[in-house]
Write a protein of this length. Structure first.
Length: 210
């Protein structure tokens, strides 16, 4: 990569990911995007059990530092599971970033609210991260995807979910949507079919060859 990247790819891991940022980083690098700086914030899996706000603040600080270091450089975002929820919150808070965002890719992210989180905290009492992941963010996400090209990739392992996140909760009106078959929630971070769909999506902008 040249000293000045042509694009910045933010790759964000999800909740209780024991590999931390490593697996999503491998996916980002495997895409082999020319002259791209990969930034993969590490949240540490224990912190992801509690509340979303401190995680948002951590990633926001990294993004702000990176954007100030490379002013005007377009950014791409790939986020999995809770990482996608985090990035939706960040983009909602920073509409001034939108013009720089080339694309947003969400992998198994419960934007409509996690059904498991609602079972853990059915009354919204604030039981750890469940309180935050149960929230339906569809409305704010539709505003984002109206301005930013967005790809949603989900998977159905036979019961309408990927083993963790329901397909229904990942759907965003206005976003391009792909539902794979038989890919587990954790494998959405590294599956070859996921990579092919991302390449196909990027190729539509005539900037990346699959």
């Amino acid at each position: 990569m040249s000293l000045q990247p042509q694009t910045i790819l933010f790759a964000q891991h999800g909740m209780t990911d024991l590999s931390g940022c490593q697996t999503i980083s491998r996916l980002a690098y495997a895409l082999d995007l020319k002259d791209t700086l990969v930034v993969a914030p590490e949240l540490h899996w224990v912190r992801t059990l509690f509340y979303l706000e401190p995680l948002i603040q951590s990633v926001q600080a990294i993004v702000l530092e990176t954007l100030s270091k490379y002013p005007g450089v377009p950014i791409r975002i790939i986020a999995t599971s809770m990482g996608g929820v985090l990035w939706v919150e960040l983009l909602d808070r920073h509409p001034e970033w939108w013009s720089r965002v080339h694309s947003l890719v969400l992998l198994g992210s419960p934007i409509g609210g996690s059904h498991i989180a609602r079972m853990v905290d059915p009354y919204g009492w604030g039981i750890g991260i469940a309180r935050d992941l149960a929230i339906d963010r569809s409305a704010i996400t539709r505003k984002i995807v109206a301005e930013i090209p967005t790809l949603v990739i989900a998977s159905d392992c036979g019961k309408g979910d990927d083993g963790v996140v329901s397909v229904e909760s990942t759907v965003i009106r206005g976003a391009e949507f792909v539902c794979l078959s038989g890919v587990s929630h954790s494998d959405l971070r590294c599956n070859s079919a996921v990579m092919r769909e991302i390449w196909k999506f990027y190729a539509k902008f005539a900037e990346v060859e699959p």
